[in-house]
Design a protein around this ligand. Structure first.
Ligand SMILES: OC[C@H]1NNC[C@@H](O)[C@@H]1O
Length: 470
């Protein structure tokens, strides 16, 4: 069991803002884990095969107007049947590890009850395919595909869903724990709760602030209960959670900007970091949300359960939040703005310094718990050229710049233990459908042909020890 002491504020060595130059995997600790990441609904397809039940994303993407071009994950990139080919792709890239997610509706089609053996068998085959190629499996238990029948019973705003999640975690541990020793309980509970139940931009598409706060709590409660289930069944496992975290910067230094930064840092980062790593909700944010919810859903022992000791914190980093007080200062309204930096196809500013800032902040404020970059990458509009190659220099620049920032964080004292590029291959980008390509491997969605992009070749060379400029 981990025994990380919270060192409180640490004086991390200051580093120059930009140290352009050469970079190689030798700039990271020798035991550093290098991988690629995906998730079940985004790549598997075969949504009605192998006994799989419907998820909230099947329902959401079938609802007109919810997903660009009416796209859905029914076919995706056919990973369910092409997993051997995809494992070969990963071996060709030279990755140490592969972060995938287990689809709850494949394991328990209704979200509870006995396991669906065909679903268990698929992930067992996938794990064996990885191990045969010397690739370490990292399994995310929940990457947003909640079984629809559980949503029909109340979804994450309902406390019972947390208990169903712990039961599901136990089934996965029993099925895969003999070979899988790295588990991530949840991917980005902020998205599941606030996009799924707050803004409605993600499944199940509800817009109810109080429900979103209840969902966030029960996701974190499910996390804590799942950690217990994993520890009991796989005592030698490394267990963590993945949070999408953002450095938050004021657009200017005028009146009200500090409060805008505090509010957004609170709701984006501390609302999850504090319960999971400190066992308490941040008091200032509790006040910020008091007009939405009195948090009556919090039971006495919940925060102790949520604050389960972890072996690592997964950090997903894509960009920084730049904020300013809204049109009516003092009302708590905040506007998101930018700094005029180049953006990715998602409209997210490319800001590698933000990676350094968030990693050093987490270590400074939350102690020396090992960190793993469980996602980092960029969407750009890639095309296969007449010669069959995919030139994506901006993605190479993005990856090189962010790896340099990660190396800077390591030199500053951040206990960074791994990096997973998002994503292995182009896939279903949620409400954006297939219009946004994050892969280092291109997929022709009509033919399913995979083509390693220049960025995939670059990553493979980097992993092979080549030095790269950035
Ligand atoms: O938006 C890019 C990625 N962000 N984190 C969660 C993943 O499922 C997304 O594809």
């Amino acid at each position: 069991m981990p025994d990380h002491q919270d060192l409180g504020h640490r004086d991390l060595q200051n580093q120059p803002d930009h140290d352009h130059g050469a970079l190689s995997r030798g700039d990271f600790p020798p035991e550093f884990t290098w991988g690629v990441a995906t998730s079940s609904y985004q790549i598997e397809g075969a949504t009605s095969e192998g006994g799989r039940g419907p998820s909230i994303w099947d329902t959401f993407s079938a609802t007109p107007g919810r997903v660009v071009d009416g796209d859905n994950g029914d076919v995706a990139v056919e990973h369910y049947r092409r997993y051997q080919q995809d494992a070969d792709l990963m071996a060709g890239l030279g990755v140490d590890a592969y972060r995938f997610s287990v689809a709850w509706p494949r394991i328990q089609p209704t979200g509870s009850g006995p396991v669906n053996q065909a679903g268990v068998d698929f992930y067992s085959r996938l794990v064996d395919a990885l191990l045969e190629r010397g690739i370490t499996p990292w399994a995310t238990l929940y990457h947003w595909d909640l079984p629809q029948p559980l949503e029909d019973l109340g979804g994450w705003p309902s406390r019972d869903t947390a208990y169903r999640f712990a039961e599901y975690a136990a089934h996965v541990a029993d099925a895969l724990g003999d070979r899988v020793k790295h588990f991530i309980t949840l991917n980005e509970p902020w998205c599941s709760a606030f996009l799924g139940y707050g803004s409605g931009r993600h499944a199940p598409g509800r817009s109810d602030g109080a429900a979103a706060l209840a969902a966030a709590h029960h996701l974190m409660l499910g996390h804590g209960l799942a950690v217990q289930a994993l520890r009991e069944r796989v005592p030698d496992a490394q267990v963590g959670i993945t949070l999408n975290l953002y450095p938050v910067t004021g657009a200017h230094d005028g009146h009200g900007v500090d409060d805008a930064v505090r509010r957004i840092d609170g709701l984006s980062n501390r609302w999850f970091l504090d319960p999971v790593l400190r066992g308490a909700y941040p008091k200032d944010v509790v006040e910020d949300v008091a007009h939405i919810s009195d948090l009556a859903f919090v039971a006495d022992a919940d925060l102790e359960t949520i604050n389960a000791p972890l072996d690592f914190l997964g950090v997903n980093y894509y960009t920084r939040h730049v904020v300013a007080p809204g049109a009516f200062p003092g009302t708590g309204l905040v506007e998101f703005t930018d700094r005029g930096l180049p953006t990715t196809a998602m409209g997210w500013e490319v800001d590698a310094d933000g990676l350094f800032d968030i990693l050093t902040r987490v270590t400074r404020d939350y102690g020396d718990l090992p960190l793993v970059m469980t996602e980092n990458g960029a969407a750009f509009d890639d095309e296969v050229g007449a010669d069959g190659t995919v030139h994506d220099p901006r993605r190479i620049d993005f990856l090189a710049g962010h790896l340099a920032a990660a190396a800077r964080a390591v030199r500053a004292g951040v206990p960074l233990r791994g990096y997973f590029a998002w994503s292995l291959m182009d896939n279903f980008e949620w409400a954006e459908g297939y219009a946004k390509r994050f892969g280092i491997v291109h997929v022709d969605f009509d033919t399913q042909e995979r083509t390693v992009k220049d960025s995939g070749r670059w990553y493979a060379a980097f992993l092979a020890g080549d030095r790269t400029q950035y």
